[in-house]
Design a protein around this ligand. Structure first.
Ligand code: ASP
Length: 429
């Protein structure tokens, strides 16, 4: 066997990622309008490879969520466990998000990222944020009038509700349900195989995506007074992902958190590169199932749910950004306003899809709730790309952590798989 064959997929993705960063950074100064570098590489080759890779991954999300969740639901022996599972998932997702944003606010208040004199507050104008949807609307919007439409739009919460109901009915109907379950399981296996095949080209896709991002990145923004903001968000993200999650995991499950982090690495790299919790669902699901040992009946529900409603990394950015923008405008926030920020950011993450850059749209809602000028977002736009990538990696780590905790507490967990370093590591992931 050649050395290349033995290399793990994680190593290959890492190499693709760094090679992309280096090539992108080298091409960056040459990437001017109409140049060969821009037309042939950045907007040509890299864009084709990168976008095709993301599209293929996205292509699998809806069918995978639907089929695996239907199969998962109808394998749950008692329907009451479904309610318990949902309650635990939503509860844990909300609590971890509230913890994340509280840490972010505390650190930002101490570090004062907005005290740099180099920054000018953008003028307050007509720019207005989208209204935060009311709780009742969010609940009502979860029930799809047309499931095909929900799938076409990739509305994850609606797909989850439809799949749950479909799965329950399948379990109740007897023989036809059993027959259908076999077929759905087969379709599920085929889609998982597709995920695995896609993994084989992942290093190239990751390379192209990184080369494009770094080829387009404006480094000047990072240096002009935004360094403090950038590094504060970054540091809190790393702390939450690599200290808080392992702590919560070991406190709630007594599992060795080092194994969790090690097995999550390739999934984190994926999320980092493609900046979308949603597009990462197939990979997160494969990891929780095959590498962490969580049963499909739990993961098929909690992973897509988490990708939709659990965004700890995003909440961290919003916490720091709120303090930063308040400081830039010289506005002192009260303790009550900080509580409002925690509440709004936690609730705003529900119902907002895990796609690139959506965190900034949600930030506008948070700012508006506490009466801060939404225009302040213009300041941090330039450095958001890299932070978006990092927070997405944190977001999906939270989904997998909560999934593991729930799997263990529900007895839907195979500890021998979790502890086996080779489990699910068929050289493909
Ligand atoms: N890109 C993030 C995600 O998909 C959301 C965000 O913070 O913009 O999880």
């Amino acid at each position: 066997m050649s050395a290349n064959k033995k290399m793990s997929l994680t190593a290959k993705i890492l190499i693709g990622m760094f090679a992309g960063m280096v090539i992108g950074a080298i091409l960056n100064p040459l990437n001017v309008d109409g140049s060969i570098v821009q037309v042939v590489f950045i907007e040509g080759l890299f864009r084709i490879m990168g976008d095709a890779f993301i599209s293929t991954l996205m292509m699998l999300v809806v069918p995978l969520v639907f089929f695996s969740l239907v199969v998962g639901t109808c394998s749950l022996s008692d329907p009451a466990s479904l309610g318990r599972l949902g309650g635990k998932a939503v509860g844990l997702y909300l609590v971890t998000t509230a913890i994340a944003i509280s840490i972010a606010l505390s650190v930002a208040i101490m570090v004062k990222p907005g005290s740099s004199a180099a920054l000018q507050a953008p003028e307050v104008g007509e720019f207005s944020a989208r209204e935060a949807p009311g709780f009742v609307d969010v609940l009502l919007d979860m029930v799809p009038r047309n499931p095909i439409n929900a799938m076409a739009e990739g509305n994850m919460l609606q797909i989850i509700v439809f799949a749950l109901l479909f799965g329950i009915a399948m379990a109740l109907v007897g023989k036809p349900g059993e027959r259908l379950k076999g077929i759905f399981e087969d379709i599920n296996s085929v889609i998982m195989k597709l995920v695995m095949l896609l993994m084989l080209v992942a290093p190239y896709g990751v390379f192209a995506l990184m080369a494009r991002v770094f080829g387009e990145l404006g480094w000047g923004d990072v240096l002009q007074g935004l360094a403090m903001y950038f590094f504060t968000v970054f540091a809190v993200l790393i702390f939450h992902g690599f200290v808080m999650y392992p702590l919560i995991l070991s406190a709630l499950t007594r599992l060795n958190p080092k194994i969790f982090l090690k097995k999550m690495l390739s999934t984190q790299l994926f999320a980092f590169t493609i900046s979308s919790s949603n597009a990462t669902i197939p990979v997160t699901l494969k990891t929780t199932r095959e590498r962490l040992g969580v049963d499909n009946s739990v993961g098929s529900f909690t992973v897509p749910l988490g990708a939709t409603i659990n965004m700890d990394g995003t909440a961290i950015m919003q916490g720091v950004a709120t303090v930063f923008i308040a400081q830039i405008y010289g506005i002192e926030l009260t303790a009550m306003q900080y509580l409002v920020v925690i509440g709004t950011a936690t609730l705003a993450s529900i119902g907002t899809a895990g796609v690139p850059g959506v965190g900034l749209i949600m930030l506008a809602m948070v700012l508006q709730q506490v009466g801060l000028p939404v225009e302040g977002i213009a300041l941090i736009l330039g450095v958001d790309r890299l932070l978006d990538m990092t927070r997405t990696a944190v977001n999906i780590t939270g989904d997998a952590m909560v999934t593991t905790v729930i799997g263990k507490s529900e007895g839907k967990f195979d500890e021998s798989v979790y502890n086996d370093p080779e489990a699910g590591n068929d050289g493909k992931l």
